[in-house]
Design a protein around this ligand. Structure first.
Ligand SMILES: Nc1nc2c(ncn2[C@@H]2O[C@H](COP(=O)(O)OP(=O)(O)OP(=O)(O)O)[C@@H](O)[C@H]2O)c(=O)[nH]1
Ligand SMILES: [Mg+2]
Length: 364
């Protein structure tokens, strides 16, 4: 499944540094704005203690954890919505992702150029948000013109659409993001079609200096407050620490982490928060051959989940045999699960739950 999180922010805030650490890919990092021209996509495994435990229980021949994609998008500058910098092209890249990770610079470093000459999280966030809002306003106004004629001729669907577009126009003109607007169920499909940038769920990440990772600093406090006002999640990460850990062999990375007094990497927290932001959950297929984590959206039915594995399994779906991860850990084995009557038989419409261990019966 192509579910992608886009990393956005001003130039030189550490987006590629964090993206590289995430994917250990070779996306270029350099101390000048616009070093990322093509968006880079990287697939990352989702850290999940349940998956590790399942591998211990089954000792499978093969393992495959669940995963998701991040896209490293180049920095936006003021005027991007009017084509400044490499503006429109980058806004196009943002349109293609499902959720946004907005990285905000919370470190001073005279060596690293700040596009406005001064680190200022509030200003920096507003600048990016404004560009996204302006682009959305353009999209909404274009659409208003298009459907206006139809609405005036009495077309009911067009009238409903105009109503939503007018509310969106007002929201955006007030400088607020489209995601804050309450919409009715029957408006969702229009919303989806519009694919507004400020409709996408967002998560803020403060890139803080190594020494401030535990306590935060004045910059990150501002960012936290700002995120809180929006009802958005906010994480602190040190791009420097993360890139150092990512460059080490896993064992040494763990030792370094312990020395710093950290339980898990900032990246692990970032991936987990992004996964949640995207509304993703994991079900498992387990056995001695393979333990595998599968990524699905919340509220996915059993037959749709089967289709993630193979279209034949969905087509020939008979039933799903399911037990929960929690029950397995408590009981210790498949056999104990069956003996205790904890194995459930579910039909096509069952909504798969996070942590379900599933075996699909099918016939084609
Ligand atoms: N001091 C310090 N420098 C950092 C940190 N994170 C990144 N940098 C440096 O800042 C410069 C820019 O980092 P990038 O990761 O390339 O920035 P970016 O946000 O991808 O920038 P664009 O692609 O131009 O939009 C590089 O020289 C990094 O080494 C940090 O936490 N502390
Ligand atoms: Mg970059």
């Amino acid at each position: 499944m192509a579910t992608k999180c886009g990393i956005i922010g001003l130039p030189n805030v550490g987006k590629s540094t964090i993206f590289n650490a995430l994917t250990r890919a070779e996306a270029e990092t350099a101390n000048y704005p616009f070093c990322t021209v093509d968006p880079n996509t990287g697939i990352v495994n989702v850290p999940d203690a349940r998956f590790d435990r399942l591998c211990e229980i089954y000792c499978p021949k093969k393992t495959a954890p669940s995963h998701m994609a991040f896209v490293d998008i180049a920095g936006l500058v003021a005027g991007a919505s009017k084509g400044e910098g490499l503006g429109n092209q980058f806004l196009g890249h943002i349109r293609e992702v499902d959720a946004l990770v907005h990285i905000v610079r919370c470190f001073d470093d005279p060596e690293i150029i700040h596009v406005n000459g001064k680190v200022d999280p509030q200003n920096d966030v507003e600048l990016i948000t404004t560009e996204l809002i302006l682009k959305d306003l353009e999209t909404v106004e274009k659409r208003l013109l298009k459907s206006g004629k139809k609405a005036r001729s009495g077309d009911k669907a067009a009238k409903r659409e105009q109503d939503l577009l007018n509310r969106l126009q007002e929201t955006l003109s007030n400088g607020t993001c489209a995601r804050t607007l309450l919409i009715a169920d029957d408006e969702r499909s229009i919303m989806k079609e519009l694919s507004l940038l400020t409709q996408k769920p967002i998560l803020y990440v403060g890139n803080v200096p190594e020494d401030d990772i535990e306590t935060g600093n004045a910059y990150s406090n501002t960012l936290m407050r700002l995120a809180k006002n929006e009802g958005a999640e906010c994480l602190m990460i040190s791009g420097k620490i993360e890139s150092e850990i990512a460059a080490l062999p896993p064992e040494e990375g763990r030792e370094f982490l312990e020395e710093l007094g950290m339980k898990e990497t900032g990246l692990a927290r970032l991936i987990q928060a992004s996964y949640k932001l995207l509304g993703l959950i994991t079900f498992f297929t387990v056995g001695e051959d393979e333990v595998k984590g599968w990524t699905i959206h919340e509220n996915t039915s059993a037959v749709e989940a089967a289709g993630e594995i193979h279209s034949d399994i969905a087509r020939g779906f008979i039933r799903a045999e399911i037990f929960s991860y929690q029950d397995l850990v408590e009981q210790g084995s498949d056999k104990a699960i069956k003996d205790k009557g904890l194995l459930r038989l579910e039909g096509k419409n069952y909504l798969v739950q996070d942590g379900d261990c599933v075996y699909f019966r099918f016939n084609v």
